[in-house]
Design a protein around this ligand. Structure first.
Ligand code: PMP
Length: 393
């Protein structure tokens, strides 16, 4: 077998590594912000019937415009959003990729605010869009002023705002989104992958859509909706944006099975989302109990918690893994990230964290704020898996 370096690869891809959050078989996997609760039985039965029906006509291409699904998604989103304002793809990663294919590309630039979702620079690279890494304040907050300053300095074609932000959990104010929109003539994308975990009554960026034709709100069924394995991400925007995305999408990109499963799940939105409350309860419990252990959890509006005060993230990551609990080192010095799981999974994490912290006569654990980044920050494993994305999934 020849190696990558023997191939006539695009020069801008040379030396890069693919995304690769470790996929390990462990009793408690709290590393990629999934909803760890299974799909309710009654809903699963309905989805199965829909799939059985869809397979009968799978000799034909699916509805290229996925009209029924767009209607279901528009209905779920509310806010007076019409089906023609909705677009979907195989996960919001693909939605974001299509946005960059249409509005980024060679000679164009996309601005994000790091630390943020690690796929943003990878999607930028894949679409030959230049990635500009803006920054955040000490607590990972993003003020209207900071965003507007970065935009006027860099004049990007696309601005990516993650709300709440991954991997920090930081909520984003509507004022900051409006400031970004007003500061640019380009596209402003608000990635609301975790929106359903925000406190009740928190307004979504969807409320900002009327009169803002360059604003795109990206969502996913992978998180709150417990549908990560199906791969369904979507967006709401002005109908002209969905027209633009038709120029770059592959024909029939959403399989008949994906469409059928998603429509069936959306018909049970309340049941699919029933665990959200339980998950945010566990998230808040994590923050509370980590504080008691001496760590510094950051404010989170999502289904995970980023916590600082870890003397040696590498050692803590390994100790928890040895206890069967997989969390995430996102490459922020002195920090680790954990997803909120079921009550039992969360207990397993907190007990393992306590054992680590109190172990060795208190030598480990919560202490001085900073330490060097660790080998896990690359997302690879010591078992020789490909190393990959820098931070944040
Ligand atoms: N946006 C953010 C902020 C995410 O954290 C993720 C997944 N970790 C995604 C988008 C992509 O999710 P999916 O492709 O499963 O919809």
């Amino acid at each position: 077998m020849s190696s990558l370096s023997d191939l006539p690869l695009r020069s801008d891809l040379r030396g890069l590594s693919p995304y690769g959050a470790p996929q390990k078989r462990v009793p408690v996997a709290l590393n990629v912000n999934e909803n760890t609760h299974p799909i309710p039985d009654a809903v699963a039965q309905d989805i199965l019937s829909a799939l059985a029906h869809a397979i009968e006509s799978a000799n034909r291409y699916p509805d290229r415009e996925f009209l029924e699904l767009r209607e279901s998604l528009a209905n779920y989103l509310g806010h007076g959003i019409a089906p023609e304002q909705v677009w979907a793809a195989n996960g919001s990663n693909e939605v974001l990729q299509q946005i960059l294919q249409a509005f980024g590309g060679p000679g164009r630039r996309v601005l994000g605010f790091t630390p943020t979702y690690s796929m943003y620079p990878i999607l930028a690279m894949g679409t030959a869009t230049e990635w500009i890494a803006g920054d955040r304040d000490a607590d990972f907050e993003l003020t209207p002023r900071r965003v507007a300053d970065w935009i006027s300095r860099e004049n990007p074609d696309v601005v990516l705002l993650c709300s709440p932000n991954n991997p920090t959990g930081t909520p984003l104010s509507l004022e900051t989104i409006v400031a970004a929109y007003d500061a640019t003539d380009g596209i402003v994308v608000v990635d609301e992958a975790y929106a359903e975990f925000m406190p009740h009554g928190t307004p979504s960026a969807l409320t900002l859509l009327p009169g803002r034709p360059r604003l795109i709100i990206s969502r996913t069924m992978s998180k709150a909706f417990a549908f990560a394995g199906v791969r369904l991400g979507y967006l709401a925007a002005d109908a002209a944006v969905t027209d633009a995305l038709r120029l770059v999408r592959l024909p029939y990109h959403l399989s008949a099975l994906t469409q059928a499963a998603a429509v069936a799940a959306l018909a049970h939105a309340d049941e699919m989302l029933a665990m959200v409350e339980e998950i945010t309860t566990q998230r808040d419990r994590i923050s509370r109990e980590l504080t008691d252990l001496g760590y510094q959890p950051h404010v989170s509006g999502s289904n995970f918690v980023l916590f600082g005060g870890v003397d040696d993230p590498n050692a803590m990551f390994e100790a928890l893994l040895a206890d069967g609990v997989l969390i995430r080192d996102v490459g922020i010095p002195g920090h680790l990230r954990v997803s909120a799981g079921t009550t039992a999974e969360t207990s397993a994490f907190l007990e393992a964290a306590a054992r680590y912290t109190h172990g060795d006569g208190g030598k480990h654990g919560a202490g001085s704020k900073h330490s060097a980044g660790s080998k896990h920050s690359a997302g690879g494993t010591s078992a020789g898996e490909p190393t990959a994305a820098p931070v944040g999934l």
